[in-house]
Design a binder for this molecule. Structure first.
Ligand code: URP
Ligand code: ZN
Ligand code: ZN
Ligand code: ZN
Length: 472
């Protein structure tokens, strides 16, 4: 099947141009000047399917490198399955996710990964890869890192937070980083000082400060900055590439910027919730409502200016990637586990469907350029995690993962179920977006068009990723 997307403005991280996109089967065959007969014939006449993108942007499908479908956490499990979550992603113009397989403490790493393959295989509407969470670094886990790299799982997440759950001690982190230096993998770090946080949590609860707001107060920026600094020093010492996930504090970004200015392979990821939402407005909402926005790292104070600083960091490349950290929990029966005790609220926000729209709003507001939008949401995440050439770029030979985005369109994230994620609420209720995902193709197949889902669970394939293509 050949498809021609005509009349649009093709936007890559490197620039924009008026071009038609010719797709042959699952891959992009050529970008050609509008109406060109360069390939020897009238493409529009010979293509089996023509998609009119007049007046719209044609961009690479979004690459969300931080999702948690079906993650067991906080006494429950994230509410999106691979089917519902990847379908919601497609609705929002995301055509690749990289989800986190989990090794629980005491479990073999390979068994944790096998369990994730089992959950995802045959159920995804879009392509997917895995990072591996290491819940316990020992000699077997270190050996398993090499094995996983050879199977296309080339990045490992460690936690300086959540003692007793995913937490790694500094010596474990050091050993995993040494291994990553040797096998080329990237270390992803949840950088918050977990033991210090646990002490603060106990003090707040003892004072009867039990509402969701105190989740944020008990995870102050100092403990994010400190852990980020410590992770950077360990990465400097060992030579491992370090990617700090879900950065929310401007002081943590400053640590990453300082490391980068020293030439280290240190990278920063942030998420839409840290760019738009705050401790005061969302976590501090009346009653238990703030539970919708309990995630870690937490939403930060607007008075302290973290949100504006994160936008600045995205412009200056102090931060390189925007992911969602999609980790959805319903209010009913899930977030409600923490009624009367914020520390029992399962941590996470759902947003896999809204990242492309929310970040496009940054273009509308003049905070980032059109090309930077594509770079931080599609191109860099693909390069960072070994998918460059196939994902995150519109170029001959790349997978035909394409979004037709309408800058004159509008997206209302309403109250109640106006989204496709398996949640009984949305963290983004009431957001009005200038811009709209019109058509989405995944490897040449139309999955979203005309306000309809045309995809299918099982279309999505596992991506064996290479090593990072973003290192200095
Ligand atoms: O609150 C969050 N971020 N939940 C998901 C787990 C994690 O730490 O990324
Ligand atoms: Zn985390
Ligand atoms: Zn996460
Ligand atoms: Zn439209």
């Amino acid at each position: 099947m050949t498809t021609l997307i005509t009349g649009g403005t093709v936007v890559n991280a490197t620039g924009r141009t008026r071009a038609d996109v010719l797709i042959d089967g699952e891959t992009i065959a050529a970008l050609v000047a509008p109406g060109s007969t360069a390939l020897g014939h009238d493409l529009a006449a010979s293509a089996e399917r023509v998609i009119d993108a007049t007046g719209r942007y044609v961009i690479p499908g979004g690459v969300d490198v931080h999702t948690h479908m079906e993650l067991p956490f906080g006494g429950t499990a994230a509410s999106d399955t691979f089917e519902t979550g990847t379908t919601a992603a497609a609705w929002g113009g995301t055509t690749t996710i990289v989800d986190f397989a989990v090794q629980r403490t005491g479990e073999r790493v390979q068994d944790g990964l096998a369990a994730w393959h089992e959950k995802a295989a045959g159920n995804c509407a879009i392509d997917y890869g895995f990072h591996q969470i290491l819940g316990g670094v020992d000699e077997d886990a270190l050996k398993a890192m090499d094995e996983l790299v050879s199977e296309g799982v080339t990045s490992f997440k460690l936690f300086m937070a959540y003692p007793g759950v995913f937490y790694s001690t500094d010596d474990q982190i050091l050993l995993a980083m040494q291994r990553a230096r040797d096998n080329g993998a990237t270390i992803m770090m949840h950088a918050e000082n977990g033991p210090a946080i646990d002490a603060l949590v106990a003090q707040h609860l003892a004072r009867g400060e039990t509402s969701p707001y105190f989740h944020g107060v008990s995870r102050p920026w100092q403990l994010e900055e400190e852990a980020t600094h410590r992770a950077i020093m360990l990465a400097d010492l060992t030579g491992a590439p370090l990617y700090v996930v879900h950065v929310s504090a401007k002081q943590a970004i400053a640590q990453i910027a300082a490391a980068r200015s020293r030439g280290l392979n240190v990278f920063g990821e942030t998420c839409p919730q840290y760019l738009y939402l705050s401790l005061e407005e969302q976590l501090g909402a009346p009653g238990f409502e703030g539970a919708k926005w309990v995630c870690s790292t937490p939403l930060r104070s607007r008075e302290e200016g973290h949100q504006d600083d994160l936008w600045r960091a995205l412009r200056t490349n102090e931060a390189q990637v925007v992911s969602t950290d999609h980790c959805p929990f319903c209010l009913k029966d899930q977030k409600e586990l923490g009624l009367g005790n914020f520390s029992k609220i399962p941590n996470g926000i759902g947003g896999v469907e809204h990242r492309m729209d929310l970040l496009y709003q940054g273009v509308v507001d003049g905070k980032i350029s059109l090309e930077r939008w594509v770079e931080i949401c599609c191109t860099t995440p693909a390069r960072m995690f070994g998918l460059h050439g196939t994902k995150g770029v519109l170029a001959p030979g790349a997978d035909a993962d394409v979004v037709v985005y309408d800058p004159a369109g509008h997206t209302s994230i309403g109250y109640g179920k106006t989204h496709h994620m398996n949640m009984d609420h949305s963290a983004w209720e009431g957001f009005e977006i200038d811009g709209h995902v019109d058509t989405v193709l995944s490897r040449g197949q139309v999955v979203i068009d005309g306000g309809q889902f045309h995809g299918r669970a099982g279309h999505g394939r596992f991506l064996r990723r290479g090593l990072s293509q973003y290192l200095v």
